[in-house]
Design a protein. Structure first.
Length: 123
């Protein structure tokens, strides 16, 4: 539908925002990230990795989950660019990515939960 022919005419300001609204395709990455974060376990793992660098075995113990289950969540977080991995010998360590998206998510969690992170200012 053309913005010039909206069903209700609200004057010159009406429809202004609609003219700048992003397409569904442009919002797809945001939608995918939010869908990924709809899981409390992944959010807990992400929060942990914002504050320390850990291996799967330790994350599994902290989360009281099996290593394969934790690995599944880590893969999804890594594929979304929220965490990074590095190998040291036989061990693979995970940490929050140093990206704007990861920092925004961390800050949002802090504000929504009204909590301060341990140590320095998070990631």
């Amino acid at each position: 539908m053309s913005l010039n022919k909206l069903p209700h005419d609200h004057g010159p300001a009406g429809g202004h925002a609609a003219a700048h609204m992003p397409s569904a395709q442009a919002l797809f990455p945001v939608s995918q990230t939010l869908r990924l974060l709809g899981d409390a376990t992944r959010l807990r793992i992400f929060w942990l990795l914002c504050h320390c660098r850990e291996c799967v075995v330790n994350i599994s113990a902290i989360m009281d989950m099996s290593s394969p289950a934790v690995s599944h969540h880590l893969k999804q977080l890594r594929d979304a660019g929220l965490i990074v991995s590095s190998r040291q010998g036989k061990e693979v360590y995970y940490a929050a990515a140093d990206t704007q998206t990861a920092r925004l998510l961390h800050d949002m969690m802090e504000q929504l939960l009204d909590m301060s992170c341990p140590g320095e200012n998070g990631i």
